[in-house]
Design a protein around this ligand. Structure first.
Ligand SMILES: [Zn+2]
Length: 199
């Protein structure tokens, strides 16, 4: 390995490298030791065709197989660093559903029970302990939502539910006021214009 240290620090933000970084794909230019978001996106573009060829009986150590591992790792790293879905779709020229299926196969994001876990567990992420708005999934703040179609049970955030309900009520109230007084007069009583018979 010829690891030449960089002469000067790049002004671009560098992302954290994980100790579990997979080996770089043979036959491709070497990967920067601490790839920036731009580096990751460029490398994803480079790897996408090779990674897509990793299907069927591909021998161990084959560049397609190695590329697929690197590709998944870069996708996971990009997601961890807040790279947008649109940017990943553009860089890989793959629809989001394809990328999402890959991340689920590799247990980067939780998969529905219909998807069998991939044999490798090297990309396991810690369990989800907070909602998308960073509210903790504590016992007091969590309720279990059962999907009416699939029957899947998943934890949901009570704080977010309360916020969403409040917003919905506010919007409904605003719409009622608008419907009741189109001329701008204040609505009086509880009778909505919509409920008044027209004849
Ligand atoms: Zn929440």
């Amino acid at each position: 390995m010829t690891a030449i240290p960089r002469a000067a620090d790049s002004p671009r933000p560098r992302v954290r490298t994980r100790s579990s970084a997979p080996p770089p794909t043979p036959g491709l230019p070497t990967r920067p030791p601490a790839p920036s978001i731009e580096d990751i996106l460029a490398r994803l573009t480079l790897l996408a065709p090779l990674a897509a060829g990793n299907r069927g009986p591909v021998p161990l150590g084959d560049p397609r197989r190695v590329a697929a591992a690197e590709y998944t790792w870069l996708l996971a790293t990009a997601r961890e660093n807040g790279v947008s879905t649109a940017a990943l779709v553009q860089a890989t020229n793959s629809p989001w559903r394809t990328l999402k299926a890959r991340l689920r196969r590799h247990q980067v994001i939780p998969s529905p029970p219909s998807i069998k876990p991939y044999q490798s567990r090297q990309y396991v992420r810690p369990p989800i302990d907070h909602c998308v708005h960073q509210h903790p999934y504590t016992d007091e703040n969590t309720y279990v939502h059962i999907d009416p179609v699939t029957g899947q049970r998943r934890p949901k955030c009570k704080q977010c539910r309360a916020k969403n309900q409040a917003r919905r009520r506010q919007r409904a109230a605003a719409e009622n006021t608008k419907a009741a007084s189109p001329t701008g007069k204040a609505a009086s009583g509880t009778t909505s214009r919509l409920l008044v018979p027209t004849d």
